[in-house]
Design a protein around this ligand. Structure first.
Ligand SMILES: C[S@@+](CC[C@H](N)C(=O)[O-])C[C@H]1O[C@@H](n2cnc3c(N)ncnc32)[C@H](O)[C@@H]1O
Length: 267
């Protein structure tokens, strides 16, 4: 197999992201990356990916960490509706992938503004640079422009680079660099809500199913998976589909004792 194809396979096996229809783009990015790193051969690149952290940096080159505040807003209305429909204390929310923090910070601001205080959010992304930016919580003026004024006034403070997220919001959010398909991913814990938006589009059927199973195991009983509009799952075993304002959400199904089925349903 040509080396570039081997690399494509390695990248797919680790991240679930296929470049089947973007082979040319993949090859150009790889060549640029090798040049920037002073790597002469594709074999050497594979060796360095296997032995160290280069996969991380390569992912930053290949996958766009683009996000924005208040993206797909109808999900926040659903979240509030669902939170208010059941007794919950100490809500735990996972935002994966969280890119540079816009999604988890939006969630935190939205919940605080809605009078919900007892919650924690974990933002996770494979892109280390994006996570570093999220942890800093500083955004340029153009990025913050789409934040509604009332939120901007309450939760941001102007700084030389634009706006900084205030401590009251930062205190609600933690960040981790992690690959969703890493063996130890589930050690991040259990959650009431998992936001996974604008990632499934990059994955093939096999990895979509792996991700669904992982989220199912990481959700607490009756926890909800929130995905993008385009990620409709006709078959989501172990979940009940809820339709709210024309959008589908996936609630973890529990047995009559109020607990989860112990096994992933294979049917
Ligand atoms: C388009 S952004 C989506 C961010 C946010 N959820 C949103 O909807 O705005 C896609 C992100 O997926 C991340 N990503 C891709 N594969 C991943 C993986 N296997 N594990 C964790 N993050 C991944 C990328 O680094 C990128 O930041």
């Amino acid at each position: 197999m040509r080396c570039i194809e081997r690399l494509r396979r390695i990248f797919y096996d680790r991240t679930g992201i296929t470049f089947d229809h973007k082979r040319h783009f993949f090859a150009i990015k790889i060549l640029g990356f090798m040049q920037a790193k002073g790597i002469d051969t594709c074999d050497e690149l594979i060796e360095r990916i296997d032995s160290g952290s280069l996969l991380d940096e390569l992912t930053q080159e290949l996958v766009v960490s683009q996000s924005y505040f208040f993206r797909e807003e109808q999900d926040f209305a659903f979240l509030l509706h669902d939170i208010r429909s059941r007794p919950t204390f100490g809500l735990k929310i996972l935002s994966i992938p969280c890119a540079s923090g816009e999604e988890p910070y939006t969630l935190a601001m939205f919940l605080l503004k809605s009078g919900i205080a007892n919650f924690s959010i974990l933002g996770v992304d494979i892109n280390r640079a994006a996570i570093a930016k999220a942890q800093r919580g500083v955004y340029d003026r153009r990025t913050v422009k789409r934040v509604p004024q009332e939120y901007r006034d309450t939760f941001f403070e102007p700084c030389s680079e634009g706006y900084a997220i205030k401590g009251v919001v930062k205190d609600c959010v933690d960040f981790r660099t992690k690959n969703l398909f890493a063996k130890d991913f589930e050690e991040l814990g259990r959650f009431d809500y998992i936001f996974c938006r604008n990632l499934f589009i990059y994955l093939d059927a096999n990895f979509k199913e792996r991700a669904l199973q992982t989220f199912w195991r990481m959700l607490d009983c009756e926890g909800v998976l929130i995905t993008s509009f385009s990620d409709y799952f006709a078959k989501a075993p172990g979940f009940d589909t809820i339709v709210y304002q024309n959008k589908h959400y996936y609630k973890k199904r529990c047995d009559e004792k109020g607990c989860m089925y112990t096994q992933w349903w294979n049917g």
